[in-house]
Design a protein around this ligand. Structure first.
Ligand code: BJ8
Length: 388
């Protein structure tokens, strides 16, 4: 087990400036005595942590570099996100992991839950929450509530704090305000022409993931909103911009492959106007019901997220259908990380829905974090763009 200290290892000095800024903010938070919990998933009930004034940070690995180290312990044919996250953890190359006092993981896919077991026994305390595998039946709700109760108990003990019902209500309310604000920004891409270019949307989503307070979130949203309004005013009467094709990006986590997938689409003058992966609008569109008892409200909110780890994932198809209409989508690109069985298998249903029910072009790109397949993906995506 590694001890948490506030000294940054020298290796972090080499990291890209844009990420470094968030590392520094994180270090300042640690220096001021803030407790930090690292998270991995959209199913995390973060409001419980906010209620205890705990900062959360996303630990999903997006880089290829630590994968060889991870492959010494984990099978090579595992999802790159898991290998990258684990590799960073064991090589101390992710400052966010480094500064996390504790990790919170959910039993989503097999690879992640088994990685959490190793992290917990060998690297850093990892609280593993049992995630019900369906939202179709009410039976998932009491299980999720009892898991949140277990989490609260552990957090109170670890950080020597007390989380009251009022704390939970306050955190839920603030979270809802943040969601409304951010959703209203993302929904600007319903405009034609789109005010966000290909990489803009992905970059905004990534930056938002590394904001640690509501104030920072609001600043980021307002800055992006101003830029989007200015860009829209500039291009709204441009006939070329008005004819640009509009893509929905679906599937698994895409941040680790954005430099392939999104760059290629952007270079082909395609606008990614909607992202329904878990970094997109999916989790943000439903607010938490503030009239219910807090834990029940959280359970009903999170147990309704349409990720492929759920059985009978009808929610995802419904959301996708709505987005295709609302964002005037011309084609759907699905990003599937290699060895992610749930998204890979569900891609069949998504393809049938998009092609047969929506009569739109669809392509699935299965890839990992290496650059080896850049040329092949470029050829396939450019051929897809020709079809639009
Ligand atoms: S809500 S997408 S963060 S589970 S790690 S399932 S890619 S094999 S990340 Fe996920 Fe939560 Fe769903 Fe979102 Fe596949 Fe890889 Fe598993 Fe993954």
């Amino acid at each position: 087990m590694k001890a948490v200290t506030n000294e940054m290892p020298a290796i972090f000095e080499d990291l890209a400036d844009v990420r470094k800024e968030s590392f520094i903010r994180m270090k300042n938070l640690k220096d001021s005595g803030t407790n930090v919990v690292g998270t991995f998933c959209t199913y995390t009930p973060k409001e419980i942590l906010y209620a205890g004034n705990i900062v959360t940070v996303n630990l999903c690995g997006v880089s290829e570099e630590p994968i060889p180290a991870a492959e010494k312990d984990l099978p090579a044919n595992l999802c790159p996100l898991i290998k990258s996250s684990y590799g960073h953890a064991i090589t101390d190359t992710c400052p966010f992991f480094y500064f996390s006092d504790m990790i919170l993981g959910e039993t989503t896919c097999d690879g992640k839950k088994k990685m959490f077991e190793i992290l917990n026994s060998e690297v850093k305390e990892t609280f593993i929450m049992m995630l019900p595998q369906t939202y179709k039946f009410e039976s998932g709700i009491p299980l999720y509530i009892s898991e949140m109760e277990r989490l609260i108990e552990r957090i109170e003990e670890k950080f020597n704090i007390k989380i009251t019902e009022d704390d939970l209500r306050r955190a839920i309310h603030q979270s809802n305000e943040d969601r409304k604000n951010f959703s209203s920004l993302l929904e600007m891409s319903k405009l034609v022409p789109a005010p966000f270019k290909g990489m803009d949307m992905v970059n905004i989503l990534e930056a938002y993931d590394f904001t640690f307070s509501s104030e920072e979130k609001n600043e980021l949203v307002e800055e992006a909103r101003e830029k989007a309004i200015a860009r829209y005013e500039e291009i709204k009467d441009d006939p070329v911009a008005n004819k640009r094709k509009r893509i929905l990006l679906t599937g698994g986590p895409n941040t680790g492959v954005k430099n392939k997938l999104v760059t290629i689409l952007e270079d082909a003058n395609i606008d990614i106007v909607a992202i329904d992966a878990c970094n997109g609008i999916k989790e943000r569109q439903d607010l938490i019901d503030e009239t219910l008892p807090p834990l029940e409200a959280l359970a009903r909110k999170y147990m309704n997220v349409g990720c492929s780890v759920m059985t009978w994932n009808d929610r995802r198809i419904k959301d996708m259908g709505d987005m295709i209409e609302d964002y005037k989508i011309d084609g759907v690109v699905e990003c599937v990380l290699q060895a992610c069985h749930t998204f890979q298998i569900e891609a069949r249903r998504v393809r049938k829905f998009v092609q047969e029910e929506k009569n739109l072009p669809y392509i699935a790109i299965s890839t990992d974090y290496s650059t080896a397949d850049y040329g092949q993906i470029s050829t396939r995506l450019n051929a897809f763009v020709e079809m639009l």
